[in-house]
Design a protein around this ligand. Structure first.
Ligand SMILES: *[C@@H]1O[C@H](CO)[C@@H](O)[C@H](O)[C@H]1NC(C)=O
Ligand SMILES: *[C@@H]1O[C@H](CO)[C@@H](O)[C@H](O)[C@H]1NC(C)=O
Ligand SMILES: *[C@@H]1O[C@H](CO)[C@@H](O)[C@H](O)[C@H]1NC(C)=O
Ligand SMILES: *[C@@H]1O[C@H](CO)[C@@H](O)[C@H](O)[C@H]1NC(C)=O
Ligand SMILES: *[C@@H]1O[C@H](CO)[C@@H](O)[C@H](O)[C@H]1NC(C)=O
Ligand SMILES: *[C@@H]1O[C@H](CO)[C@@H](O)[C@H](O)[C@H]1NC(C)=O
Ligand SMILES: *[C@@H]1O[C@H](CO)[C@@H](O)[C@H](O)[C@H]1NC(C)=O
Length: 449
């Protein structure tokens, strides 16, 4: 059980950065024109597709929801966005409007033991699919000697992190590690970074600039952190590192992201990337859209870039024939988050519209519902209703009876108690083709082919 008082722990480490540099990503202010239809994809098929693979989920092999795994995911999600906002505060001097830094959630010791037990899901390259969908990864290479890393492409954060060969901690033992001495293009940067996790552990490391290549797209002088110690909770994830694809205002290093660097260095045909997340054949497309994977128009919405997230406004959620059960919401689209999180009150309202649903436990914000209940949930931002197929709304069976399902929409005040912002992860993204347009600061959705 989550015990609120024990969940709330104190300080995040101050960041020990000496000379962060702030590259203005885009000076274009977000326009308040929520909906824009575009007749054709911009630069279709000019870019490069990167296969990404699905990984472990929240269920055990019998299909039953593993509460501990899910609780850990909730804690890690809250803390990730807490870190983002700490980074923002650090680089920008104040928080974005409407956002607050949520309390650090700590991992209860028994959960940590569960995690560090035998259920490590690490797979060696080549990547292998697993039963359910927790996260998606692909490969990058770093340095003159192309050191390979399996990466979680994360639109909900803005730094590149990989383990360092200097990491001798057991938490690094199963990871690929970056050896700066063996790359002739590696340049050590001043400063270091440190982050305290909810399990009381610390991630720390050095900052480097080096060549980073994704599917043949190479950028030079990309800043990233090579982690010399990491939390056991992070060590359990099946990827080596994270490549942040948010705006660099959320960067811990205060550095442009890989994608921003690629745009600046002119190595991609178009300042867009697109996600197709599926049971198999998932891909990240860099430099445009893959028109084989969607049909019809892309419905674009202006991104309010000021918080540094891929955030769009004026959203509403419909359940079955109940339209706009929740409305007027801001939404952050985050490929690094498996589920959908909303403010606790709004999520309560959402589940109240689903007959037979009930809270599973208050602290983690999970709800159950009858598996045979038609949900037909959709999100809208003033245009089309973007449906979440019912099979994506369940994260597993609540028990062995097969009658009760765990819902994929979770009540947690990720962005502070006063925020109306939802965090929309893979549960939603799997149902649409999503296009992240850095050139126009727009986020688009299209119908899957
Ligand atoms: C890193 O690379 C250097 C140069 O190739 C090598 O001498 C050293 O043993 C490597 N270190 C580790 C920890 O692999
Ligand atoms: C690495 O992290 C672990 C777990 O948080 C901690 O116990 C250990 O002291 C750290 N090691 C170093 C060298 O910082
Ligand atoms: C996905 O898996 C199904 C069944 O396993 C297979 O028939 C299909 O060809 C696969 N699709 C892709 C794109 O790999
Ligand atoms: C699902 O909801 C949408 C509105 O959000 C509605 O147009 C559609 O008919 C519904 N489908 C079913 C099968 O109920
Ligand atoms: C619509 O929502 C109300 C509560 O907001 C709920 O009582 C009702 O069952 C819902 N109807 C459907 C069809 O889900
Ligand atoms: C779902 O299953 C329960 C229990 O078997 C049954 O009472 C209920 O009528 C079913 N509801 C629907 C919508 O099929
Ligand atoms: C939340 O909003 C209320 C009412 O607008 C305000 O009094 C309170 O200070 C806000 N809380 C924070 C932490 O900003």
């Amino acid at each position: 059980m989550f015990n609120k008082s024990s969940l709330i722990s104190s300080l995040l480490l101050a960041l020990a950065l000496t000379s962060p540099f702030h590259e203005p990503v885009s000076a274009t202010p977000a326009l308040h024109m929520p909906l824009r239809m575009v007749q054709e994809a911009r630069s279709p098929e000019a870019g490069i597709s990167i296969p990404i693979h699905k990984r472990s989920g929240f269920t055990d092999s019998d299909g039953i929801f593993n509460v501990d795994k899910a609780r850990v995911h909730v804690i890690m999600t809250v803390n990730k966005h807490r870190r983002n906002l700490m980074n923002y505060l650090n680089t920008q001097g104040s928080l974005p409007e409407g956002f607050e830094i949520a309390p650090l959630l700590t991992l209860p010791a028994n959960l940590l033991q569960t995690l560090t037990g035998t259920n490590v899901k690490r797979q060696s390259v080549p990547l292998k699919d697993e039963n359910n969908d927790e996260l998606w990864d692909g490969q990058i290479s770093v340095g003159s000697n192309a050191q390979k890393f399996s990466i979680d492409f994360d639109t909900g954060s803005s730094d590149l992190w990989i383990p360092s060969s200097d990491c001798t901690a057991s938490s690094c033992s199963s990871k690929n590690k970056y050896n700066s001495s063996s790359s002739s293009s590696s340049e050590a940067q001043s400063g270091s970074f440190g982050i305290q996790y909810g399990d009381g552990s610390t991630a720390s490391g050095s900052i480097y600039a080096d060549t980073v290549t994704i599917a043949g797209i190479s950028v030079t002088g990309q800043h990233f952190a090579a982690v010399t110690n990491m939390s056991n909770s992070v060590a359990q994830t099946p990827f080596d590192g994270i490549l942040g694809m948010g705006y660099s205002t959320l960067s811990n290093l205060g550095a442009p992201t890989f994608f921003e660097t690629a745009v600046k260095q002119g190595v991609i045909p178009s300042p867009q990337f697109s996600f197709f997340l599926s049971t198999n054949g998932s891909e990240l497309y860099i430099g445009g859209t893959n028109s084989k994977l969607y049909t019809g128009n892309i419905e674009f919405h202006d991104v309010n870039t000021s918080p540094g997230y891929w955030k769009i406004s004026s959203g509403s959620i419909s359940v079955s024939s109940n339209s706009s059960v929740v409305s007027g919401i801001d939404t952050v689209v985050d490929s690094g988050t498996t589920l959908i999180y909303g403010p606790t009150d709004a999520v309560k309202t959402f589940w109240a519209s689903v007959p037979g649903s009930s809270p599973y436990e208050a602290e983690s914000g999970f709800y159950t519902y009858p598996c045979n209940q038609t949900l037909n949930v959709s999100f809208s931002w003033g245009g089309k209703n973007w449906n979440i197929p019912d099979e994506h709304m369940s994260t597993g069976l609540a028990d062995g009876t097969g009658q009760t399902c765990m819902g994929a929409i979770i009540g947690q005040n990720i962005f502070g108690d006063n925020s109306s912002t939802w965090l929309v992860g893979d549960t939603f993204m799997k149902g649409v083709y999503s296009v992240f347009d850095l050139g126009n600061n727009q986020l688009g959705f299209a119908q899957l082919a």
